[in-house]
Design a protein around this ligand. Structure first.
Ligand code: DQA
Length: 149
């Protein structure tokens, strides 16, 4: 790849509340803390990032569509839409970019409804339960993938 690679980092609903939202499950890092860490990790790889958080399914779909031809990969924590949104999964399939799904909590150790993800079958990797570090691992993975493909 000759041009600088760019990743879209997408945060779904209620992730704007991180820091105060159920800290026993999601920890005390704020979304700003996580985004700062994402920017640092991306810079270490010489990769650019666009970061979007939305509580609205359609806005997330539009951000994914806008990534076509602009981004080289997507890191997404679809939050509750993981378990419900065919529209977000369809948008991710349509753009066809390398994708990593991230969850702060281990969704497999929680309620049964969190064990199903519409996004996972499309993902190159799924990281759940690593807390904010999961975003760093996701960026590391995509940067490696983009360097070697
Ligand atoms: C989450 C897990 C989802 O089940 C939940 O709806 C979220 C956050 C996580 O990061 O652990 O909002 O995606």
């Amino acid at each position: 790849m000759t041009e600088t690679a760019r990743l879209l980092i997408l945060h779904g609903p209620n992730l704007n509340l991180l820091g105060t939202r159920e800290p026993g499950i999601y920890g005390t890092s704020t979304l700003d803390d996580i985004n700062a860490q994402c920017r640092t990790t991306a810079a270490e790889h010489g990769v650019e990032v666009d970061i979007v958080q939305s509580n609205h399914e359609g806005e997330l779909v539009e951000a994914i569509q806008a990534a076509a031809g602009r981004a080289d990969g997507v890191v997404i924590n679809p939050a509750a839409y993981t378990h419900t949104s065919v529209a977000i999964a369809d948008a991710l399939a349509a753009v066809g970019l390398p994708l990593v799904e991230v969850h702060l909590s281990n969704v497999h150790a929680r309620e049964d409804f969190r064990r199903h993800s519409y996004v996972s079958p499309l993902a190159s990797a799924v990281i759940a339960g690593a807390g904010p570090a999961g975003y760093r691992y996701a960026i590391d993975h995509l940067a490696h993938l983009l360097r070697t493909t």
